[in-house]
Design a protein around this ligand. Structure first.
Ligand code: NOJ
Length: 563
């Protein structure tokens, strides 16, 4: 039942590269495009179809490229336009498409548009950004920025405030202004005409703001109001996405994924229903917020597995046959999953494979973040000076000013800081990322966790990912089957079925280091003699009706369906 008319991205696997930390070819300590080209064979061996490149545009790097100074130029540290064109070509030889990061909620404050915009209230570029006068000494409203402090910055030159939902070097663009939208569409066309495979759209559901700019509710113990109800999934978001599609996207056969914090399943149905012609899939966050308190990510809580299962169940079922979702555990903003929901010590290998199997058997397009296929872990630097991420550094400063002890803040950084994902890729036992001094320290655990050793060991995490990617290409049930959650209240086991008319797969994953047991009856299967599709231990431990699951064990059994 191959659905050959379906778009290619439905059975693709995406690999995300954070170029700064992937591979340095010239010894300056910063990853670059030639470094990526030199590792394409590695990615081909893994089997991925698409590379999503975090931003490679010219940028002063206040937020590592998510602050763009020139949308049509390559960041000097990363190389040249010729390098980029070579990358597209070399990737194409290996059947790999390159998806670019489209960061158009904001630019850098060093972008020529903003330099012009701030120069005078009469500037032709004034309305490219969101300017408001405050009242007396206060900003226009109480919104806080995602990176701490107010979301408004006063510009003395014209005595007005500009909005920046992220750092003050990332002023928000004004999507109400048609000439701005036209410029963005031109830029998209510029890259598409170079042969790229699509766009990952940074916080794209933030581009339409409530133009009343109402104050947000102030969460307990916080200084600023939460403006998100007034800028997430805002009033004209669907209009803008449809216009973008009409003007640009529908003329190319590409993948589009909208990063959409705060999108509900109902929102996602609208964004991704093909009839609406907006984006192919969303990149959502509910499952990544389950181990935080309600008001901020730094308020770290243990994961309650039942909540994770219920969340996946909701997303799987609400988008089935309606729209499409991304599947991910990691990206450049998230801590490493093996440290987060697995065990990065004794059961690192087992739990990394378990997490991979559990995620990759779901419906959607999986995203693998660089190093995930090696089971790379979180990092713990003692000194705050060893950290580079603006979000982490601003938060540390703000909390220290409030008198919170260093150790307490560091504990939350160890659990949730974005630099956990940004330490350089571990290629060899002694690092292998650069001949120079890396821009951020390596994780000290490169010995034992690196690509060279992983490739040499047929039982490594790398090969579990390789197999999962291959299975998705070969077996339609992964792409098209429906989803049913079993044992919803079990505190340690994630058990689900995937079904088509002909087949039924049982996926079992133990999220704990304890032994657990399950019976055929609980799983609603006739016996344990299904076809073993993949597992992370050599054989299953079966005693009649019961399977004894070892720490972090996961397996998939396939059954023919009795008609
Ligand atoms: C989301 C990106 O993933 C993150 O890295 C960035 O800091 C913000 N958007 C702002 O662009």
């Amino acid at each position: 039942m191959t659905k050959s008319i379906d778009p290619w991205w439905k059975r693709s696997v995406v690999y995300q590269i954070y170029p700064r930390s992937f591979m340095d070819s010239n010894g300056d300590g910063i990853g670059d495009l030639q470094g990526i080209i030199s590792k394409l064979d590695y990615l081909q061996k893994l089997g991925i179809d698409v590379i999503w490149l975090s931003p490679i545009y010219d940028s002063p790097n206040d937020d590592n490229g998510y602050d763009i100074r020139n949308y049509q130029a390559i960041m000097k540290e990363f190389g040249t336009m010729a390098d980029f064109e070579q990358l597209i070509k070399e990737a194409k030889h290996r059947n790999i498409r390159i998806v670019m990061d489209l960061v158009v909620n904001h630019t850098s404050d060093e972008h020529a548009w903003f330099v012009e915009s701030r120069s005078s209230i009469n500037s032709a570029y004034r309305d490219y950004y969101i300017w408001r006068t405050g009242n007396e000494h206060n900003p226009p409203n109480n919104w806080g920025s995602v990176f701490s402090g107010s979301a408004w910055e006063k510009d003395e030159n014209t005595n007005a405030y500009y909005l920046h939902l992220f750092s003050k070097k990332q002023p928000d663009l004004n999507w109400e202004h048609e000439p701005l939208r036209n410029e963005i569409y031109d830029t998209m066309t510029f890259w598409l005409d170079k042969g790229i495979g699509g766009f990952r759209m940074d916080v794209i559901n933030f581009i339409s703001k409530d133009l009343q700019f109402p104050n947000g509710a102030i969460p307990p113990n916080q200084k600023y109001g939460d403006g998100s109800p007034f800028y997430m999934n805002g009033p004209r978001i669907h209009t803008y996405l449809r216009e973008m599609n009409e003007r640009v996207l529908r003329h190319y056969d590409v993948l589009t994924v909208g990063e959409m914090p705060g999108a509900t399943t109902e929102d996602a149905q609208i964004y991704t229903n093909p009839e609406n012609q907006e984006v192919n899939m969303v990149f959502t966050f509910e499952h990544m917020n389950l181990d935080s308190g309600p008001f901020e990510k730094w308020d770290v809580r243990p994961l309650v597995l039942k909540e994770l299962k219920r969340n996946f169940e909701k997303w799987q079922n609400k988008l089935h046959r309606v729209g499409w979702n991304s599947l991910y555990w990691n990206n450049h903003d998230q801590p490493r999953i093996v440290s987060r929901f697995g065990d990065d010590q004794m059961y690192r290998e087992e739990s990394a494979k378990m997490l991979a199997i559990c995620l990759h058997m779901l419906q959607g397009t999986p995203y693998i973040y660089q190093g995930e296929e090696l089971g790379m872990t979180n990092v713990q630097f003692d000194a705050i000076d060893d950290y580079r991420d603006i979000e982490t550094l601003n938060m540390y400063k703000e909390k220290r000013e409030l008198g919170i002890p260093h150790e307490k803040i560091m504990a939350s950084i160890y659990a949730k800081g974005r630099d956990n994902a940004r330490t350089p890729m571990q290629w060899t036992a002694d690092g292998g990322f650069t001949d120079g001094v890396p821009w951020i320290r390596m994780n000290p655990n490169t010995y034992g966790i690196n690509a060279e050793e992983a490739i040499a060991d047929r039982s490594s995490i790398f090969y579990t990912y390789q197999k999962l990617i291959r299975l998705r290409k070969e077996l339609d049930i992964i792409t098209y089957g429906n989803f049913q959650l079993l044992l919803p209240d079990h505190p340690y086991l994630f058990v689900y079925k995937r079904q088509t008319k002909e087949e039924e797969w049982l996926v079992v994953a133990n999220f704990s280091k304890q032994m657990e047991q399950i019976t055929c009856e609980e799983c609603n299967v006739p016996h344990w003699k299904g076809n073993l599709i993949i597992a992370n231990y050599d054989t299953l431990k079966i005693e009649k009706e019961i399977i004894n699951l070892r720490p972090y064990e996961a397996f998939v059994l396939a059954y023919e369906r009795r008609q």
